[in-house]
Design a protein around this ligand. Structure first.
Ligand code: GUN
Length: 297
């Protein structure tokens, strides 16, 4: 039976250490890190995620503010708010929760955020730095996954990692991080996606599989090799009338059949989800420190 990679435990350990750093900061008379999240519309998933991010900020002693807009907000109004936050020295990090309503250009909004405050790591400048292996803000979910692998002593160097999915938020940056030089990189990475032929022939060769395609239960036991490590990034809501909410979160991995063959596996929920938040908090503290350094230079 596989080891369960518990994102809640790793995230709690990271938050504990962040909390200590913030206490030192505050006892030295400095303002704690401040993250602002912009939420547009009433999407249930987005509301849950933003609520969890706000709560996590407060738990570690950060300032966390949520700015809410109805889904009728114009692109211009949203861009004006981003600009205002960009110029506010009291705010270190800004995230605009995706997806946005169809009449708003997500790319335009993402590019409007100052790269130094882009704690999601979605801006082209941060993606470019990631691709070049230079210092920048790393996308929270892939970064959180590397922190989780490190915590469990799962080495990536020389391993064959198969990433399923090529999204800008997870698959693409994950593949770059793992293939970059460094302690949580140095892997040989194959990126599979919706046009890949005979996907199973790739996953069967993988030492580590990262499933980030958004199809519930896609990866099954017959598709992985004995002893592999499986990271499940899927978070699809599927109807489940036995739950109070009427739905449950479902990963991209068929846990029952894959956990029999894997040496380690992340559950959904309680795996990658908490690590996205941990990655975001680490990024926000980093942005706070950069903000301080820029002001005292
Ligand atoms: N939508 C899905 N995941 C994310 C995320 O990590 N950040 C933001 N801003 N939006 C998302």
């Amino acid at each position: 039976m596989a080891t369960i990679i518990d994102g809640r435990i790793v995230s709690a350990a990271i938050r504990e250490s962040l909390s200590r750093e913030v206490q030192t900061m505050v006892s030295n008379g400095l303002r704690p890190p401040h993250l602002v999240a912009v939420l547009v519309g009433n999407d249930g998933g987005s509301q849950t995620y933003v609520g969890a991010k706000e709560k996590a900020c407060h738990e570690v002693g950060f300032l966390g503010t949520v700015i809410r807009y109805p889904d009728t907000v114009s692109e211009a109004e949203l861009l004006a708010k981003v600009d205002e936050i960009n110029q506010n020295e009291q705010i270190d990090g800004l995230i605009v929760q995706l997806p946005l309503p169809r009449h708003i250009d997500e790319n335009k909004v993402t590019l409007a955020i100052r790269p130094e405050k882009d704690v999601d790591g979605f801006h082209d400048v941060n993606m470019g730095r990631l691709a070049k292996g230079s210092d920048g803000i790393k996308p929270a979910t892939p970064y959180g996954i590397t922190l989780m692998l490190k915590h469990y002593g799962i080495a990536t160097e020389g391993k064959h990692v198969v990433v399923i999915g090529r999204s800008n938020i997870v698959g693409r940056p994950m593949s770059i991080l793992l293939s970059n030089a460094g302690e949580t990189g140095n892997a040989t990475v194959t990126v599979c996606h919706s046009k890949t032929q005979n996907l199973k022939s790739f996953t069967l060769q993988a030492d580590i599989v990262v499933a980030a395609l958004g199809k519930p239960g896609f990866l099954t036991g017959d598709m992985v090799k004995e002893g592999c490590v499986v990271i499940d990034v899927g978070t699809t809501r599927v109807d489940d009338l036995s739950k109070k909410a009427g739905w449950r979160l479902c990963g991209d991995v068929d846990f029952e059949s894959v956990s029999v063959k894997a040496s380690a596996i992340t559950p959904v929920p309680g795996g990658v989800g908490p690590m996205t938040i941990a990655g975001l908090l680490v990024n926000t503290l980093k942005a706070r420190k950069a903000n301080l350094a820029a002001r005292t230079a």
